[in-house]
Design a protein around this ligand. Structure first.
Ligand code: DCP
Ligand code: CA
Ligand code: CA
Length: 415
């Protein structure tokens, strides 16, 4: 029977990714409080990425650059370039391809976003274990690794006193001793640790070849790997064994779990009247099925115990190519001409990126989807066939499939 510890899964996520891309382009920005902001028109632009130095000053994403400068007077602000009147993310997409390329030398990867990827290391770990054992693993090979739940201290006053690196090392040593003592689940735990060795090497290779640093989580499934990755950022990796899940989950809000950050998570919290993911263990599988259906119920039943089976799908390329632009407040589009103009700008970017994708990746897109978010949270999307990579044609097709949204008559100027 599957007990949920058969695989070794890692999630690697770049640290303050857009900031690192800008710092590589302009070395003067390195090792400084720095943000990436887009558009300048309003309050110095909106911040979309923040260096860890700047986070230390209380700067965060979604702040205005002008407000952030008040918190941190020597803040460096890099700007997203613009093309077709909108943000141009090309440099970040290209940097992402470089990173994924290095990672894929080590394992089969699933690109999960512009700056993160999952990998299934189960096979690589088995191979390594043919030639090594617990005794061969040293703390020096795991110099950026945390073992979640370690050190296990009975004396809380002791843990507060030591600095973070010292505590990490103590925890790691205790973890390695725990491994060699050969408990019941030690085979699975050994596999995670060998996974961590591979990820240390992979992260070093990524830094060597791209200059970018990242963090990683190593566990038995995607949910735990993703969670673990965020526990000790930046430039560190975290092993999360199943044995450390109950304590971690006992104080972890449900929305922090992958796929539970949105409506489903809110519904779980409200329906069951619980806060933390660990609280779900008090419900039977039947109860969870009654509330959330025969798919989601059993998924939650396993998940709150740290068990999940979603496979890593081999895929290095994004599934779709899309671009969008927001028109907040007064900038809201109000005439047919404006709607057409901006659809055309988006189509121009799309045309460029589709052509590049066809040349580089030898594939052709077949479907065009148009999505619109209107004031008052109403959202709408429709699709049609994508027959030619032609901005004019894509613009007119887009207009045709969203026509029904226009409450003004088609002969009128207004939209
Ligand atoms: N991004 C964005 N708008 C958002 C979220 C992210 O433009 N609302 C971009 C900028 C980020 C990149 O995507 O640099 C990756 O997003 P992450 O959420 O992984 O955040 P960072 O990599 O910036 O920081 P961290 O070190 O916390 O992962
Ligand atoms: Ca990131
Ligand atoms: Ca990310």
């Amino acid at each position: 029977m599957d007990v949920g510890d058969e695989r070794v899964i890692a999630l690697v996520d770049m640290d303050c990714f857009y900031v690192q891309v800008e710092q590589r382009i302009n070395p003067e920005l390195r090792n400084k409080p720095c943000v990436v902001a887009q558009y300048k028109t309003w309050k110095g632009g909106g911040i979309i990425a923040v260096s860890y130095e700047a986070r230390g000053h209380g700067v965060s994403r979604n702040m205005w650059a002008d407000d952030a400068r008040r918190l941190c007077p020597d803040l460096q602000v890099a700007r997203v370039r613009e093309a077709h009147g909108k943000a141009d993310l090309t440099p970040y997409r290209e940097a992402s391809v470089e990173v994924i390329e290095v990672m894929s030398r080590f394992a089969v990867v699933e690109r999960a976003s512009i700056d993160e990827a999952y990998m299934d290391l189960t096979g690589s770990v088995q191979d390594r274990l043919k030639h090594m054992s617990v005794q061969d693993i040293t703390p020096q090979q795991l110099k950026g690794t945390y073992a979640q739940g370690f050190p296990q201290t009975s004396d809380p006053s002791e843990s507060a006193a030591v600095d973070k690196e010292e505590r990490r090392l103590r925890g790691l040593q205790q973890w390695l001793e725990h491994l060699s003592s050969g408990g019941q689940s030690s085979r699975a735990e050994l596999c995670l640790t060998v996974g961590a060795l591979i990820v240390e090497e992979m992260r070093a290779a990524v830094e060597e070849h791209t200059g970018f640093r990242c963090s990683a989580g190593i566990s038995h499934n995607k949910v735990l790997a993703k969670l673990a990755c965020g526990l000790n950022k930046p430039n560190r990796q975290t092993v999360l064994p199943l044995g450390s899940v109950p304590e971690l989950f006992s104080t972890l809000p449900i929305r922090k779990i992958r796929n539970l950050g949105g409506k489903l998570g809110t519904s779980v919290t409200e329906t069951l009247g619980v806060e933390n993911i660990g609280d779900l263990t008090q419900f039977s599988k039947v109860q969870l099925e009654q509330h959330f259906g025969e798919k989601t119920g059993p998924w939650l039943y396993d998940l709150c115990r740290g068990i999940e089976f979603e496979p890593v799908k081999p895929r290095q390329l994004p599934k779709s190519i899309g671009c969008s632009k927001n028109f907040p407040g007064k900038t809201c589009l109000a005439t047919q001409q404006q709607v057409q103009h901006w659809l055309h700008q988006l189509a121009l970017e799309l045309q460029e990126r589709l052509n590049k994708d066809r040349d580089m990746n030898g594939r052709v897109a077949k479907q065009l989807t148009v999505g619109i978010q209107q004031a008052g949270d109403r959202s709408f999307s429709r699709c049609c066939a994508l027959v030619r990579y032609d901005a004019v044609k894509m613009t007119s097709d887009s207009l045709a499939i969203i026509k029904s949204l226009n409450t003004a008559g088609s002969h009128q100027e207004a939209w």
